[in-house]
Design a protein around this ligand. Structure first.
Ligand SMILES: Cc1cc2nc3c(=O)[nH]c(=O)nc-3n(C[C@H](O)[C@H](O)[C@H](O)COP(=O)(O)OP(=O)(O)OC[C@H]3O[C@@H](n4cnc5c(N)ncnc54)[C@H](O)[C@@H]3O)c2cc1C
Length: 459
C-alpha cells in the first residue's frame, strides 16, 4: 500500500455535505483532501431545497451568485394536498414575517448540476478533489485509538493510504464508513417508506406565483412529490408506506403507472406529459427512504455529516439543509480545534448538540404532520391552533415548518427554530456584519464573526 501525503482534513464524499465541509475548512487555510468514489456529474435524488441552504451556506461558500445565475427553478414555497381538505393549499416562505424579505425563496435543482457546482467550488477554495477514489475504511492509532486517516482505492484500483488530523464521513446513506465511530444506526418506527421515482417532460405547471413550488399530494398508499426542475422537466416520486410496499416489488413500471393512477391530481398534471428519455432521467429508481439516526456522531479524529449521520423522510425537503448545516457545524469544530482555540471534544459536543436539535425539530414536526393526514381539520387551521398564531393560517403553517416538538407546540420553540435558520441566512448575507450570536445552550460555544469557527462565549 502506498502512503500519500498527509492532510489536515480528509473528507469522504463530494455531495453537498462533503463539498461544504471541504470548502469551509479549505477557506480557513487547511490542507484538505476530498475523495469521492464517483465521477461528477453524478445523479442524486433530493432536488427541492430550503432557503437557508442558498442564502446561508452557499453565500458563506461564495457560491450564491453563481447559483442565482444557474437558471434553476425558483421555489417560493410548497403546495400540499394533504389531510382531509379536498383543495390543495399553499405555503409561501414569504408568508411568515420571520422569513419575509429578499431571501424568502429557494431553488429546485438538478442535483447533477448543483452538486458539481458545489464540488468545483470546494476545489476553487483550495481542496484537493479526487474523483473515482473509493474509501475502504479508516486507519487509527491502535485498535481503538484516534482515527488518523483512510485507506482508499484510487482510480487505477491501487490501494492507498492518506493521513490527516480529521476525517469527515460525508459518504451518504449507502456507505458503511460511519461504523468507524462506534455506536449504531437506529431505525425508528415512524417513516418506514419506500420511494419510486422518475421524470416527465411537459407536465402541467401550477399558475404563478406557485409554478415553482414543490407539490406534495397524499393518496391512500402514501404521497407523491411533483417538482418542476425546468420549464419542461418534472421530477415525480411516490413515497409508499411500508404496508403498501409490496406493490412496488414486482414490475416497477407497472407499479409507477398504477400509483399515478391512484393519485388523481398528479395523474391530471401528467395527462399531457411523456416520460423523459435523456439520461439520467430516463429510468425509474427505487430507494428505501427509511429514516434513521445514530447513537454516536463523532469520535476522536472523525465526524459524520449529512446522510452518513442521519436521514429524515423527504416531505419537507430537509435532506440537503441538514447535510450542509451539519457540514458547517463540523467545519467550525475542525477549524477551531486546528487553530488551538477550543479543545476538540468541546467543539464536537457543540456540533452534536446543535445537529441533534435541528434534526429533532424537523422529525417531531414531520411526525405531527403525518398524523394530521387522518384529521378532519385542514392543516393550516391546525397550525394556527397549535402555534396560537394571530396572523393568517398560512403564516402559522410556515412558522410551523420551522419545527415543532411533539410535546411542545409553543411559539417559543417555533421562534427558536426560525431564529437559527434566519441567523444562518443573515450570516450568509452580511458576513461579519451579522454581529455576535448568543450561545444556543447554556455554557455553549458561539460562532466567530466570519461564521467558520467556534469561540468560547465570554460572560
Ligand atoms: C426519495 C428521496 C427524496 C429526497 N428528496 C429530497 C428533497 O427534495 N430535498 C432535499 O433536500 N433532500 C431530499 N432527499 C435527501 C437527499 O438526497 C440527501 O439528504 C442529500 O443528498 C444528502 O447529502 P450528503 O452530502 O450527505 O450525501 P450524498 O449526496 O449522498 O453524497 C455522498 C457522496 O459520497 C460518495 N461516496 C459514498 N461512498 C463513498 C466511499 N466509500 N468513498 C468515497 N466516496 C463515497 C457518493 O458517491 C456521493 O457522491 C431525498 C432523499 C430521498 C431518499
Amino acid at each position: 500500500m502506498n502512503a500519500t501525503n498527509d492532510y489536515d482534513v480528509i473528507v469522504v464524499g463530494g455531495g453537498p455535505g462533503g463539498s461544504t465541509v471541504a470548502g469551509l475548512t479549505a477557506m480557513d487555510g487547511h490542507r484538505v483532501l476530498l475523495l469521492d468514489k464517483d465521477t461528477f456529474p453524478r445523479y442524486q435524488i433530493g432536488e427541492s431545497l430550503l432557503p437557508a441552504t442558498i442564502h446561508g451556506i452557499c453565500a458563506m461558500l461564495g457560491l450564491r451568485e453563481e447559483i442565482e445565475r444557474a437558471g434553476f427553478v425558483r421555489k417560493g414555497g410548497g403546495t400540499f394536498k394533504w389531510g382531509t381538505n379536498p383543495e390543495p393549499w399553499t405555503f409561501s416562505f414569504a408568508a411568515s414575517e420571520r422569513m419575509a424579505g429578499p431571501t424568502s425563496y429557494a431553488f429546485q435543482v438538478e442535483r447533477t448540476r448543483f452538486d458539481t457546482m458545489l464540488l468545483d467550488n470546494a476545489r476553487r477554495l483550495g481542496a484537493e478533489v479526487r474523483q473515482g477514489h473509493r474509501v475502504l475504511g479508516a486507519v487509527r492509532d491502535g485498535p481503538v485509538g484516534r482515527v488518523t486517516g483512510v485507506r482508499y482505492g484510487d482510480d487505477t484500483g491501487r490501494e492507498r493510504l492518506a493521513t490527516a488530523r480529521f476525517v469527515v464521513d460525508a459518504s451518504g446513506h449507502g456507505s458503511r464508513l460511519h461504523h468507524e465511530v462506534g455506536g449504531s444506526r437506529e431505525y425508528p418506527p415512524y417513516f418506514r417508506n419506500l420511494a419510486l421515482f422518475g421524470y416527465f417532460v411537459d407536465g402541467h405547471r401550477m399558475p404563478a406565483p406557485d409554478a415553482g413550488n414543490i407539490l406534495c399530494v397524499a393518496f391512500p398508499d402514501g404521497w407523491f412529490w411533483y417538482i418542476p426542475l425546468s420549464e419542461t422537466l418534472t421530477s415525480v416520486g411516490a413515497v409508499v408506506r411500508q404496508d403498501a410496499a409490496a406493490r412496488v416489488q414486482g414490475d416497477p413500471e407497472a407499479a409507477y403507472t398504477g400509483l399515478i393512477r391512484d393519485c388523481p391530481l398528479v395523474a391530471e398534471f401528467l395527462a399531457g406529459a411523456t416520460r423523459a428519455t435523456d439520461p439520467p432521467y430516463d429510468r425509474l429508481r427505487v430507494r428505501k427512504d427509511y429514516s434513521y439516526d445514530r447513537t454516536v456522531l463523532w469520535g476522536p479524529g472523525m465526524v459524520l455529516v449529512g446522510d452518513a449521520a442521519c436521514f429524515l423522510d423527504p416531505v419537507f425537503s430537509s435532506g440537503v439543509h441538514l447535510a450542509t448545516y451539519s457540514a458547517l457545524l463540523a467545519a467550525r469544530s475542525i477549524n477551531s480545534t486546528l487553530a488551538g482555540l477550543v479543545p476538540e471534544d468541546r467543539c464536537l459536543t457543540e456540533f452534536e448538540a446543535r445537529y441533534r436539535r435541528e434534526f429533532a425539530l424537523f422529525r417531531d414536526f414531520l411526525v405531527a404532520f403525518y398524523e394530521l393526514r387522518t384529521d378532519e381539520r385542514s392543516y393550516f387551521s391546525h397550525a394556527s391552533r397549535l402555534t396560537g398564531d394571530s396572523g393568517t393560517d398560512s403564516a402559522a403553517f410556515v412558522d410551523l415548518v420551522g419545527g415543532v416538538s411533539s410535546t411542545d407546540f409553543s411559539r417559543k420553540l417555533v421562534g427558536e427554530v426560525l431564529a437559527e435558520g434566519a441567523q444562518l441566512q443573515l450570516r450568509g448575507m452580511l458576513g461579519e456584519a451579522a454581529g455576535a450570536e448568543p450561545p444556543m445552550f447554556p455554557g455553549g460555544l458561539v460562532p466567530s464573526p466570519d461564521g467558520r469557527r467556534w469561540l468560547v462565549h465570554d460572560v
